[in-house]
Design a protein around this ligand. Sequence first.
Ligand code: HEM
Length: 477
Amino acid sequence: MAAFVFLLLCVTLAAIPFFFLFRASRCRRRMLPPGNLGLPFIGETLQLISAYKTENPEPFIDERVKRFGPIFTTHVFGEPTVFSADPETNRFILMNEGKLFDCSYPASISNLLGRHSLLLMKGSLHKRMHSLTMSFANSSNIRDHLLVDIDRLVRLNLDSWNGRIFLMEEAKKITFELTVKQLMSFDPGEWTESLRKEYVLVIEGFFTVALPFFSTTYSRAIKARTKVAEALSLIVKQRRKQSEAGEKKKDILETLLAGDYGFSDEHIVDFLLALLVAGYETTSTIMTLAVKFLTETPLALAQLKEEHDQIRAEKRENEALEWSDYKSMPFTQCVVNETLRVANIIGGIFRRAMTDIPIKGYTIPKGWKVFASFRAVHLDRDHFKDARSFNPWRWQENSGTTSAGNVFTPFGGGPRLCPGYELARVELSVFLHHLVTRLSWVPAEEDKLVFFPTTRTQKRYPINVQRRNHVSKLCKE
Ligand code: HEM
């Protein structure tokens, strides 16, 4: 009997901590946004991936917003995550970067980017380098220095197109050449193309498990990263010598080499590599999807052509576009906005809570991940009338089909606002100008959009292109 009482006592004592733990976790859970953590370990990851691999991933968010409201808890990619489909909460997350929230990338991405990349920098160094990048890609630098090369390189590429092409591939080639030119003043050639091939392998590694023995894609990406870094570091060394000898160029590399920063070669290589990543997939995908949406909306394509034919009518056949031309493309800007809204190249951003954060009556626990979904807001019928169709006219003044406020954030916001936002818009506008004035096209095959692991079309959007015969007749003699 005594032994039985002793055993009972032991069991009770052992159970006490578990009881309190359970109660504490229930208390914490009570303050969490409502939601479903799904299965142990995998949570709701499989549901998310299978939704985003289709043309219509919206039900994944719609169903949860309907059940739990615009801020809900889920469990994806190995971690419990608070998901926001609410514009005010998204803004709060973006604006409190570095104070309440920290940016957070999976190990595969941070290893491949390198620790000195802008995307991973924090604190005052991030602030300085972000504003350096902003000043490089701002309107006046684009107007005075970058536009002329954007125009020339886009034209050069488009003139080489013939018959069947994969638009996504061609757009990637264009954006890579543009970025290499802007960063280090290199014109396209064998060197840029071989660098691009390695570079593609690096990007493929972003969406794998960061274990070289487990994933051949990841180990191939690490090797490619080493090759890219070696190639870039040779350039950095050469340019450092030239710069010291007084031979200055007007590109980002020159600014990074300037004495006031005192960066090592490794620093500069990481920084350049991340800028190549940031503008490459995003801008080329938006180019491809603008063409896809326009092809499927003939009235919009006709109006766009009219706008650009009028601009060309004032210029000679190969005369470059100027800033004033870019500024007189109002319908093109509607097309750019609407493509960014519907395509959502960056569907949202992950952050990590640095402390317990009260939000709209809930608490996001310290260390938890949050996902501010731009996509959910951009496609919400409360903010955009008939939100799920491509309607560039909604951006025309007084159309009444978009609500004001912070609901349109394709480039993020706050301290990590995309520094390339104006550059991407200019590149897309110049691309559309030369495309519609020089070429006509038809889709070569049916193709559809998918959203995982990135936004893209399944078949790289094959089209058959033809030169517009009367293009010279459009232009001034
Ligand atoms: C359609 C094209 C583009 C889209 C949709 C886009 C979108 C975004 C978004 C949403 C962010 C914020 C990420 C975050 O808050 O964590 C971002 C960051 C960034 N973008 Fe872009 N971007 C585009 C083009 C470009 C281009 C052309 C450049 C080249 C300069 C660029 C450079 C960057 C960099 C360096 C960052 C990191 C900023 C930081 O962490 O401080 N982007 N972009």
